[in-house]
Design a protein around this ligand. Structure first.
Ligand code: F6R
Length: 261
């Protein structure tokens, strides 16, 4: 893993924005995997600025990482709504190229999840998967205990995850108890992965994911098995890392050698 520690969330968003913009500039047909939630909003804002300066997203394809089960697409708390508002509309990503798992309550969920995996495969696989991390170490909605080889499926959300997200709903009772998520196996199949974390409430999960053992209890620790993971952290999220100084020294060295853009 390549770890970059930024002074604050604004710098993190700026640097992560440059990282993703370079990927899209190098390959205008990039296939992106998109996390929703609060953490990547600054990155998506930055991509809007890159688009204003000419970066073309018209040939990009994107796949939502996860979505609440049973929530209508237009629901203000749906991940789809968030990504459409904060990214797709800002960068001219064609609606037909932005894919979501089928979370309609009357859908055949298993068939829909298998279909989602096929659609990703038909697109040539995901080039860059953008991830946040839950305070409990989840990636996507792969909660602790998830198979490290799992694929897209219906999952039950833990009480901790429901508590962390219920503020987005008009009442806690409206918070869905289930979601459809790309599995950890789906995530690890992406060619590159970008993990973002900011805030002290992520510090323990980040340390466990990056420096702890690979274990299903910390789903994000599975990222240690992937050969191309870039992690952008703010100082608060990096606070519990034992090798913090080493990561910073390596980033400096790469910068000095001109190996970072
Ligand atoms: C969102 C997702 C989740 C979030 C995580 C952090 O699509 O898959 O894993 O990335 O819960 O959420 P925030 O960024 O809101 O703290």
């Amino acid at each position: 893993m390549r770890i970059f520690i930024c002074s604050d969330a604004a710098v993190l968003s700026h640097q992560a924005g440059t990282f993703v913009a370079n990927v899209v500039a190098d390959n205008p047909q990039t296939v992106l995997g998109l996390a929703a939630g609060a953490t990547p909003l600054g990155l998506y804002r930055e991509l809007g600025c890159h688009h204003d300066q000419g970066l073309d997203f018209s040939a990009v394809t994107a796949f939502g990482l996860d979505e609440y089960f049973g929530l209508p697409a237009g629901h203000p708390a749906s991940f789809r709504h968030g990504i459409e508002e904060h990214l797709a509309a800002r960068v001219d990503l064609p609606p037909a190229r932005l894919h979501w798992p089928d979370v309609r309550p009357d859908a055949d969920v298993a068939a829909a999840c298998a279909g989602y995996e096929r659609t990703i495969a038909h697109a040539g696989g995901i080039d860059l998967q953008i991830l946040g991390i839950g305070g409990n170490g989840h990636i996507g909605f792969n909660e602790p205990g998830s198979s490290l080889a799992g694929r897209t499926r219906l999952v039950r959300l833990t009480a901790a995850t429901r508590r962390a997200n219920e503020g987005n709903f008009s009442s806690p009772a409206d918070m869905p108890e289930a979601a459809v998520t790309q599995g950890i196996g789906t995530i690890l199949a992406a060619r590159r992965i970008l993990l973002l974390a900011s805030g002290a409430n992520k510090a323990a999960a980040v340390a466990a994911a990056v420096e702890g053992p690979v274990t299903a209890i910390v789903p994000a620790s599975a990222l240690q098995l992937h050969p191309d993971v870039t992690v952008f952290l703010d100082a608060a999220a990096a606070a519990d890392l034992r090798r913090r100084d080493e990561y910073q020294a390596e980033a400096e060295m790469l910068r000095r050698m001109g190996l970072l853009r």
